[in-house]
Design a binder for this molecule. Structure first.
Ligand code: GDP
Ligand code: MG
Length: 162
């Protein structure tokens, strides 16, 4: 069985954009409306000599009581339970939010290896990543899922956990 990598984070941080780029197909819906990935979406990916399965989870909205968000949260937790490593996505343009802290707490309880991915770093400056040290999830890695920047370094860090 291939290692499973879960892409996790609050809605609208760019999880599905990243997922589609890695699997080379538009399997996941990219939307400005938060929370469009309602189910777990799995696809195979490859990097260097490693094959893996990537799962795009819906955004985790921990404080919402709405049924949809409850369901997405459960789906994400199932994915996290089965994952070898978790890519924790945050939005470098928005900065740290309280939802990011909630997700970080949940991931700490899960006790799985986590890579903190700061997405939407579209330009040459990485200054936006430093605030994310607050989450206590180690060194933030800058990427632009839309522009395809930083992806190789991220995948190198990811396969190191296989
Ligand atoms: P998800 O809810 O976490 O799956 O996020 P999506 O992949 O649906 O993306 C949410 C929004 O962020 C969309 O409008 C994307 O086009 C945009 N987005 C995703 N990645 C990037 C990026 O690297 N840079 C910028 N500027 N926008 C991005
Ligand atoms: Mg999505």
């Amino acid at each position: 069985n291939k290692p499973l990598v879960a892409v996790v984070g609050r809605p609208n941080v760019g999880k599905s954009t990243f997922f589609n780029r890695i699997v080379g197909q538009r399997l996941s819906i990219v939307e400005d409306t938060p929370g469009v990935t309602r189910d777990r979406i799995y696809a195979d990916g490859e990097w260097q000599r490693y094959a893996f399965t990537l799962v795009d989870t819906g955004g985790i909205e921990i404080k919402s009581d709405e049924e949809l968000f409850q369901d997405m949260r459960m789906q994400a937790e199932i994915a996290i339970d089965n994952a070898q490593v978790i890519l924790f996505f945050v939005d470098g343009r928005q900065g740290v939010t309280s939802s990011d802290h909630d997700v970080a707490d949940m991931l700490r309880r899960a006790g799985k290896p986590v890579i903190l991915v700061v997405n939407k770093i579209d330009g040459p400056s990485n200054d936006a990543i430093y605030d994310f040290y607050d989450l206590g999830m180690g060194d933030p890695m800058p990427i632009s899922a839309a522009q395809g920047l930083g992806i190789g370094d991220l995948l190198d860090a990811m396969v190191a956990y296989f």
